[in-house]
Write a new protein. Structure first.
Length: 231
């Protein structure tokens, strides 16, 4: 086990706990998903020794390459944009999709979902920063997309996800997180929705604004290098 990785892990857990304390929240209410993009499976497997149970991947090609080694060892979250033509590859692998953002994607997942399979937990991704480079439904579409997920027989609506503005300062990042929290307060079909917001550079602010899931990559795993066999 890498002493450096262990130290970084405990440092991040401490930062999560302190952010929760500042917000008057219990630290056990924040789930850490480690984003493992471009990190080899050897590094990822070390995470289980630290007690990490949730990992996230952005790219379907990379996820499918790693999956045979990781299945059964972690809860796997897809945190990146999902194209409808990649659904068949993703469904047998992931236990959560954090990036549902449009009704035609929901339709396509339902059409390809195996009968008898447990409902799949999903988050609706909302583009709270308004950046054209980002995926996610518009805030004014959030309610209708959530209603569509809630009506699904195969999807299990768990809450909302957002990505803060790229290179944003604290005020802009907090505004993005606050916007997601306000949207969650209107989800009458889900009394206690999860809020996935905050990454390596801003997760403490996200927790203070109500995040229940944070997505940590570089702060824990260091700079990314391509995993073997993945571009």
């Amino acid at each position: 086990m890498s002493d450096e990785l262990t130290q970084r892990y405990h440092d991040i857990r401490g930062r999560i706990d302190r952010a929760c304390a500042r917000a008057g929240r219990a630290p056990g209410g924040v789930r850490m998903v480690v984003v493992t993009k471009k990190h080899p499976v050897e590094t990822i497997l070390r995470l289980s020794e630290l007690g990490v149970t949730d990992i996230g991947e952005n790219v379907v090609q990379e996820l499918t390459a790693k999956a045979p080694t990781l299945l059964g060892k972690f809860t796997i979250h897809l945190v990146g944009h999902l194209q409808t033509n990649k659904i068949n590859k993703v469904l047998p692998i992931v236990q959560w999709i954090q990036s549902v953002d449009r009704t035609n994607l929901i339709d396509a997942i339902e059409q390809r979902f195996s009968v008898g399979t447990p409902r799949l937990p999903v988050l609706v991704q909302v583009n709270t920063s308004g950046e054209s480079s980002k995926s996610g439904c518009a805030p004014e579409e959030c309610g209708s997309v959530c209603e569509r997920v809630a009506a699904s027989a195969v999807l299990d609506l768990r809450g909302l996800m957002t990505i803060g503005p790229v290179g944003g300062q604290e005020r802009a990042l907090r505004a993005s997180f606050q916007a997601l929290r306000r949207l969650s307060e209107n989800l009458t079909m889900l009394p206690r929705p999860d809020l996935s917001m905050g990454m390596s550079d801003d997760f403490e602010w996200a927790i203070e604004e109500g995040a229940t899931i944070v997505r940590i990559g570089t702060a824990l795993l260091g700079d990314r290098t391509p995993a073997p066999g993945v571009r």
